[in-house]
Design a protein around this ligand. Structure first.
Ligand SMILES: [Zn+2]
Ligand SMILES: [Zn+2]
Length: 158
């Protein structure tokens, strides 16, 4: 009875179809890997690159690593932002932790953020207004946070 052509055809068909599906099912994880994990991995890689680029940009913007020369104002004299150690003689702005000029070892000056009064960088108390502030510790954390996301917007506005 197994010589029935219809049955033979069905068996042939089954032998053709079933292994085919098995192959597809075996391939399914591979397709999943390619279709789902692949994009996720490339996304993660992309985010890592963006994170690294952002971190590098933030480090440059924070100017915490090394001294930079002060920008020159409209009157041709160097400008020093408040609450940042600087050497007036050499027109150099120093990182928050610096206390003396690298060029001549002279004491750095800091301008009070409240009343602009100059004081030695080693002193934490402003003699003019009595404001006490610590250079360094808090400032570095603030600098890193500030340089994280807003630069693009600020640049667009300017
Ligand atoms: Zn100096
Ligand atoms: Zn002051």
């Amino acid at each position: 009875m197994s010589t029935d052509p219809w049955t033979t055809f069905l068996q042939l068909l089954e032998s053709l179809i079933v292994p085919d599906w098995n192959d597809l099912i075996v391939l399914l994880p591979l397709l999943l890997v390619l279709g789902v994990v692949g994009p996720i991995l490339s996304l993660v890689a992309l985010m890592r690159v963006r994170y690294l680029v952002g971190r590098r940009r933030g480090r440059v913007r924070s100017m915490a690593a090394e001294p930079v020369s002060a920008p020159v104002g409209a009157d041709g004299r160097p400008m020093f932002p408040p609450n940042v150690p600087f050497c007036e003689e050499h027109a150099v702005i120093y990182p928050p932790g610096a206390r003396s000029c690298e060029l001549d070892g002279g004491e750095l000056i800091v301008r009070c953020p409240v009343d602009d009064a100059p004081r030695p960088a080693s002193q934490q108390l402003c003699r003019a207004c009595g404001t006490k502030y610590v250079l360094g510790a808090a400032t570095t954390a603030m600098t890193i946070r500030r340089s994280g996301s807003p630069p693009e917007g600020g640049a667009a506005v300017a």
